[in-house]
Design a protein. Structure first.
Length: 214
């Protein structure tokens, strides 16, 4: 009799333990699911407010930093009119294949650039006669953005939060930061930052990035 009661008692204890274990696992599963959902929500919220990581330099030459010109050349530079909408300095790759146009807005001090344009000299005849040759064969931004990339490489580097449009039959991918509450925009005091990338046959042949004229 005592033996049988002992067996029933152990069976009851085991059932209680199994039930408690089931409740614990169930609660943990719900808790983990809730955490995962909250984490996803936070991540999506953050990502929805960030379009891109901005590029601010090419081969050490920085936007809004006049002293950085020493990173690319020791020559004395003179911004020229009529190259683009604003006074600009033209740099040429060492192999004379690529160009970099650094534009400064009216009223800014010498070598204080607000906009960069990278491209191939073959597409811009005449720039070689006004350019300053530097030691690099490729112009590369601080994030790795460069000419000759394919579309997939571009999207992998800069993300999918772009607007696409056609300009004279050319595909252009445009990334912008224009939220006035953005710490990045507030710090610069300029209205908008953008990257426009032009592609032919899904290959990058021109890149313009920097700040919109205020």
């Amino acid at each position: 009799m005592m033996v049988e009661m002992g067996k029933k008692y152990r069976m009851l204890v085991n059932r209680i333990l199994l039930f408690n274990l089931f409740l614990l696992l169930s609660c943990n599963e719900k808790s983990n699911s809730k955490i995962e959902k909250e984490t996803t929500l936070i991540r999506d919220t953050i990502e929805s407010k960030i379009n891109i990581q901005p590029d601010l330099a090419v081969n050490g030459l920085k936007l809004l930093d006049e002293s950085s010109v020493r990173n690319i050349t020791s020559k004395k530079l003179q911004a020229k009119d009529f190259i683009r909408a604003h006074p600009a300095v033209v740099f040429l790759s060492n192999d004379n294949i690529q160009y970099l146009i650094a534009s400064q807005y009216e009223g800014d001090i010498a070598n204080y650039f607000s906009l960069f344009e990278m491209g191939y000299l073959r597409d811009q005849p005449g720039l070689d006669s006004v350019g300053v040759k530097i030691q690099y064969n490729d112009f590369i931004s601080d994030s790795g953005l460069k000419l000759g990339m394919n579309l997939n490489q571009l999207i992998e580097l800069k993300g999918k939060r772009y607007k696409e449009y056609s300009e004279h039959g050319v595909k252009v991918l445009s990334y912008t930061i224009d939220n006035p509450d953005s710490p990045f925009i507030r710090e610069t005091g300029l209205p908008l930052y953008f990257i426009n990338v032009s592609l032919k046959n899904n290959k990058v042949f021109k890149i313009i990035f920097g700040f919109e004229y205020p």
